[in-house]
Ligand binder design. Sequence first.
Ligand code: THU
Length: 132
Amino acid sequence: MENKEIIELAFKAMENSYAPYSNFHVGACVACKDGRYFFGANIENASYGATNCGERSAIFAAYSNGVRKDDIEKLAIVSDGHRIAAPCGICRQVLSELLNPDTPIVLSTGEETVVTCMRELLPMTFGPEDLQ
Ligand code: THU
């Protein structure tokens, strides 16, 4: 899947963002190796801490449908901010467990695009191997 294509799908997902408090809209798309896609958007709450970020919504949608990390080809995260929105700390922790460390993560504003991965975004993780 081309970056341009997955970015477009993530922007489409952003249309479902529910962000009446921040007015900051995020969309995300998980592309699977078998051609399936899963989408997410940030969903806010009047109790602000209950907000779910766009990338967590997308990865949870994928996992909820039986997808696992080895099935995932790439993840795109887009926003309508003035600069590229990198995943927040909570999302990095979640994604570090649910994505392979080198799975491409495409961040884009539409104008500017950066490709990264969890190995880069969250080195020295705390993960399932620590609990053994
Ligand atoms: N947000 C995301 O969806 N992803 C991030 O990684 C950064 C923050 C959302 C949460 C909230 O709805 C809005 O952006 C402002 O923080």
